[in-house]
Write a protein that binds this ligand. Structure first.
Ligand code: 5GP
Ligand code: ZN
Length: 128
């Protein structure tokens, strides 16, 4: 298997899982730019948004909505950004479609500065 996200989905690699259903998985990004930076993805390996069926697109969007609600509530965030990088030109590094969800709070330093964030602490905050 040469896709790191397929490995996580198959349970062969650890992650801080925050949402799962039959079709979708969401977990904390290993290199977060804000507290609660989460990746939401279809379990089926597709590269880009346009590769999903309409039905799968609905499943993914529904999961994003659930993740957003969870993050807003548990992290007391005031807003969020949802971002897809599709294609190398757009900065896609992992070629398995994923949506970045960035919970936003005033003073969070913005999305362009990497930060030292303790993933386990954030995970406990979200899942408690
Ligand atoms: P892309 O540029 O493809 O949209 O972003 C890929 C994201 O996946 C990056 O933010 C990176 O930190 C994250 N990432 C890469 N490998 C792993 C991993 O093994 N586990 C987790 N949780 N996130 C990863
Ligand atoms: Zn994959």
């Amino acid at each position: 298997m040469d896709c790191v996200f397929c490995e996580i989905i198959a349970g062969k690699k650890d992650c801080f899982k925050i949402y799962e259903d039959e079709n979708v998985l969401a977990f904390l990004d290993i290199n977060p730019v804000v507290e609660g930076h989460t990746l939401v993805m279809p379990k089926r390996h597709v590269e880009r948004l346009e590769d999903l069926s309409d039905e799968e697109a609905v499943f993914v969007l529904r999961a994003i909505k659930r993740v957003v609600k969870l993050l807003l509530k548990k992290l007391q965030a005031d807003g969020y950004n949802v971002v897809v990088n599709a294609g190398r030109i757009a900065g896609q590094e992992i070629l398995h479609l994923h949506f970045h969800v960035f919970p936003r709070k005033s003073g969070d330093g913005g999305l362009f500065t990497p930060k030292e964030i303790d993933l386990e602490r954030v995970y406990r905050k979200i899942m408690d």
